[in-house]
Design a protein around this ligand. Structure first.
Ligand code: GDP
Ligand code: IMO
Ligand code: MG
Length: 432
């Protein structure tokens, strides 16, 4: 039974939410494995828009199991809020189960304060984070001082861990960032309250996934962010604090790597980036503004405008390699409608005129590189109603075909609008 991982191939916001919602139809278990509520995954079903930050994008379907894996960092405030909002909107189906790993690390109030204070400080280099405490929470996880979901059910241990953490965090908050100190008792009281609210959802999620696999169920792993925000393989230091590549689907959900059979990379038909960092194909002209306006490129989490540019196949090829992508899903094709010429970056040229097809580890070099473009003719016809590849204008088909050639990965799907049904499906990753 094939299991599928869905990951971003760019700098996030490729449309993972829409595709995970769509692929949930053929899945039984949908698991988030990394990141936290820095993610903003948008689903549009029957014209109704839902933005999820933490809960897997399979939640709108009935009879599914949705999992927040051990690799996710969880802000319990957001988790509780998201459940309440779904319930209020009648969007939490009666037979769908939601579980959160007892091993997941918690985002604590000091993580959020430190994230924001660091970004605001003139001494630190601004990353343009979402300010949700993601980096500081992962730091504590790796430093072995993190507080996990399971710690919420042992009050003595929770207080002890909090006191130990606060010795250091308060020193930073007051001494370095001129903020007021926090008290362990107050945080413990707040988090013990959350503990009761989230208790029905807490489970050994690795075991749940394993049991589901043993009984022939299909698993869909939902990535957050994108390949170039990966802590190892991204444009460091302008990255997020987790591994976003598909390999982490195994680690972040507690199963072995051989359980993942297909990896679908979500690739926007152009490129966007939120926050700081190099972006070789960025367009600061009229065309960039048009893409931003038509594509409504504003962050689903922070509302910040997304920087826009041409599709960069150097980035996509690297994503195919680092995530073992077996197929691509092209999204937001409709946004390119009306452009006379569409450019695809096929390589970079260095200052000395040397051509390269690799993203350099030293991002200062990337900032100096000039993109080398291939130009394709655009199309004028509205493609929102296209449901088969043959419905696309010839030039749109050529664009898709060229992406397939340049990426070396099969195209599984072309998305022509935000709605679930606004999709051209070429292959089903659970079948072939
Ligand atoms: P994610 O973080 O990868 O899930 O992506 P986001 O939800 O942050 O951003 C993608 C945005 O594009 C959302 O507003 C989607 O509703 C929208 N979207 C997804 N696919 C398409 C598409 O094919 N066409 C258009 N016009 N919008 C799309
Ligand atoms: P989804 O899942 C786009 C970016 C931030 C910042 C950097 C580090 O919706 O695709 P962080 O708060 O993670 O420490 O910020 O990463 N970033 C995203 N950009 N989409 C996301 O998620 C992102 N999550 C983080 O803007 O540049
Ligand atoms: Mg997003």
């Amino acid at each position: 039974m094939p299991n599928v991982a869905v990951v971003g191939t760019q700098w996030g916001d490729e449309g993972k939410g829409k595709i995970v919602d769509l692929y949930t139809e053929g899945a039984d278990v949908i698991a988030r494995f990394q990141g936290g509520n820095n993610a903003g995954h948008t689903l549009v079903v029957k014209g109704r828009k839902t933005v999820l930050h933490l809960i897997p994008s399979g939640i709108l379907h009935d009879n599914k199991i949705c999992i927040i894996g051990n690799g996710v960092v969880v802000d319990p405030v957001v988790f509780i809020q998201e459940i309440e909002e779904l319930q209020k909107g009648g969007l939490f189906p009666p037979n769908t189960k939601l579980y959160i790993s007892e091993k997941a690390h918690l985002i604590m109030p000091y993580h959020k304060l430190l994230d924001v204070a660091r970004e605001a400080s003139s001494t630190g280099k601004k990353i343009g984070t979402t300010g949700r405490g993601i980096g500081p929470a992962y730091e504590d996880k790796v430093a072995r001082t993190g507080i996990r979901v399971c710690d919420l059910y042992d009050e003595t241990r929770l207080l002890e861990k909090l006191r130990r953490s606060l010795t250091e965090k308060n020193f930073l908050l007051t001494g370095l960032y001129s903020r007021t100190p926090l008290t362990a008792d107050e945080i413990a009281a707040e988090y013990l309250d959350y503990a009761q609210k989230i208790k029905p959802y807490v489970a050994d999620t690795s075991m749940i996934i394993d049991n589901a696999m043993k009984s022939g169920k299909k698993i869909l792993f939902e990535g957050a962010q994108g390949a170039h925000l990966d802590i190892d393989h991204g444009t460091y230091p302008y990255v997020t604090s987790s591994n976003t590549v598909a390999g982490n689907a195994a680690c972040g959900s507690g199963i072995g790597p051989n359980a993942i059979n297909n990896v679908v990379g979500i690739c926007k038909a152009y490129t966007t980036r939120v926050g700081e960092g190099p972006f070789p194909t960025e367009l600061t002209d009229e065309i960039g503004q048009q893409i931003q306006r038509v594509g409504q490129e504003f962050g689903a989490t922070t509302g910040r405008p997304r920087r826009c540019g041409w599709l960069d196949m150097v980035l996509i090829r690297q994503a195919v390699r680092t995530s073992g992508i077996t197929a691509l899903a092209i999204t937001k094709m409709d946004v390119l409608t009306g452009l006379d010429i569409i450019k695809i970056c096929v390589g970079y040229k260095s200052d000395s005129g040397e051509l390269t097809h690799a993203v350099p580890a030293n991002i200062d070099l990337l900032t100096q590189y000039q993109p080398v473009y291939e130009e394709l003719a655009g199309w004028k016809e509205d493609i929102l109603q296209a449901r088969n590849i043959a419905d696309l204008p010839a030039n749109a088909r050529k664009y898709v075909q060229r992406l397939e050639e340049l990426s070396g990965a099969r195209i599984n799907l072309v998305s022509v609008g935000p709605g679930r049904e606004e999709t051209i499906i070429l292959h089903d990753p659970f079948r072939d």
